[in-house]
Design a protein. Sequence first.
Length: 279
Amino acid sequence: MSGSLRHAWEYLAVELWEPLADYSAKDATAPPDLFSDLFVAADEYLSPHPTDAELEEARNNPDKARQRFLALKGTDFASESAIVNFLEAARDVIADYEIAGYEDFYQRCLREVLRKFNLRYRLDEPFILRFLLPGSFTNLYTELHRLSTGNNHLAGLLTDFEKAFDHYARTQDPTDLKHCIGNASKYVEGLAGVTCGKPESSLGDLCKELKDWPHGAMQAALSNLYGFCSNYPGIRHAGNPAGVRRDLATRDLTLASLLLLSFSGYLSPNLDENAILGS
């Protein structure tokens, strides 16, 4: 599971839509035209759109509407954002029935879907699906994997980082911590080297070559981070013990790795910014 609604959509029939269709509480039951209304509401968010004949059939034949709606795939929607917007629109459809407890039931089912499948969203009041920052970083990391596919050098550097991260998580050894930060910096250096066509250059020199910086302070930030990786003993080189203020901790690994990999957005023109935002 990637954490995206597109990939989780196939599970929504069992986890969300069918429970809504089977809803029953006291004297309240689900409306017979639920799937007719949902399919028509989905029209705006699908690509390609259903034909007029398909929409008319859905309006007049609830059984056909149920069949068509449950046959939809995540890839039938125009984008990840389109699914988010549809789920919010579906809430309006359900609220319009004015069935006691029905809207709350939809919200509970959707929250359980988000939790169960570890999706990158939070459902806030009154009914807003918030795309969360951790999801954006997950998407960025997925993009780095995509960029590295087909480039053995980059793929190897990314694998080295992942193995080092896994190893430190198991050992908590300070040496492994340093190797992990060092491997993150080497991957970023490799990515910048590919972009500049100078794989032999250091990250510090490559920062000067790259032209996509929005401000000099951002360029200096990565240069300084590279300086830390190069100067702190044992991360990349022997370093300078005189500059050390304390031993490294897990928080240093987490922050340094996140910062280094996040700078990838400036180091390659081939990152899909829309994919990073989940749109």
